[in-house]
Ligand binder design. Structure first.
Ligand code: COA
Length: 220
């Protein structure tokens, strides 16, 4: 039985579940409303080499097909984030590498309407605990543009370690952008990241009635 994927991870009002084709309408609606909010942080495709084929942004269906085939190959965990039952964002664990490395990196965004409520720290904590405890990865990484203060706060609040700068690391918003690297290895969070987040968060109680804290369900 494969318990690593597909799974649903939940803590209180925040649920991570696999992205589906039928998310198209809600996903596009959230993206349309948040275009300006997301643009400065969104990955873009560099111009093709002279004479090379033109590259276009994938459609939603192409994106989901790609994510699902990568998930089936064990290289990606592509989640959407629900908050109080509504699709509000995306979290993807990508670049999963085994062998001597056993690592992955996390990318994410959330609807501006729910920003500032701790949705993303909860989502990242759920995903990292799943990767460490169930998938069996050893190291998790988040790469963030230095000017992205809200995203840096997410990893700071969770206690990620800052490792340094990767110059011109990713093509974001139309240009090659520097990124700061933040990482954790499993030894650094023996109590689990969600537990750490609940302990650090002022006035926080784990989960809410009716939803167990940090639960994982297998999807048939
Ligand atoms: C970065 C992001 C995922 C944070 O998610 P979140 O669920 O709002 O996270 P938090 O609730 O912990 O808030 C993080 C910080 O955002 C800022 N913030 C709070 N409310 C905000 C609001 N209404 N609007 C904008 N920023 C806000 C604060 O600096 C906060 O830090 P604090 O808790 O120390 O005050 C979200 O801002 C986002 O999706 N931004 C656009 C896409 C993006 O940057 N993706 C990450 C690329 S690396």
């Amino acid at each position: 039985m494969n318990v690593t994927w597909p799974v649903v991870l939940a803590d209180g009002d925040v649920v991570l579940r696999p992205i589906k084709m039928r998310d198209q309408r809600n996903w596009r609606e959230v993206n349309r409303r948040n275009r300006d909010w997301l643009r400065p942080w969104e990955a873009t495709i560099p111009p093709p080499a002279p004479g090379g084929p033109a590259t276009q942004r994938p459609t939603f269906r192409q994106m989901v097909r790609h994510l699902r085939s990568e998930a089936n190959a064990g290289r990606i965990l592509p989640f959407v984030i629900e908050y109080r039952g509504r699709l509000v964002g995306q979290l993807t664990v990508a670049g999963i590498t085994w062998g001597s490395m056993c690592s992955g990196h996390v990318g994410y965004w959330v609807d501006r309407d729910v920003a500032g409520r701790g949705v993303m720290p909860t989502a990242v904590a759920l995903a990292v605990d799943h990767c460490f405890r169930t998938v069996g990865l050893h190291r998790m990484e988040v790469c963030i543009r230095p000017e992205n203060v809200p995203s840096r706060r997410v990893v700071e609040k969770l206690g990620f370690r800052e490792e340094g700068l990767r110059p011109r690391y990713l093509h974001i918003d139309g240009a090659w952008r520097d990124h700061l690297v933040f990482a954790l290895t499993v030894e650094e969070v023996p109590e689990g990241l969600l537990t750490r987040w609940h302990q650090a968060r002022p006035g926080s109680a784990p989960g809410t009635p009716g939803t167990a804290s940090g639960t994982a369900q297998e999807i048939k």
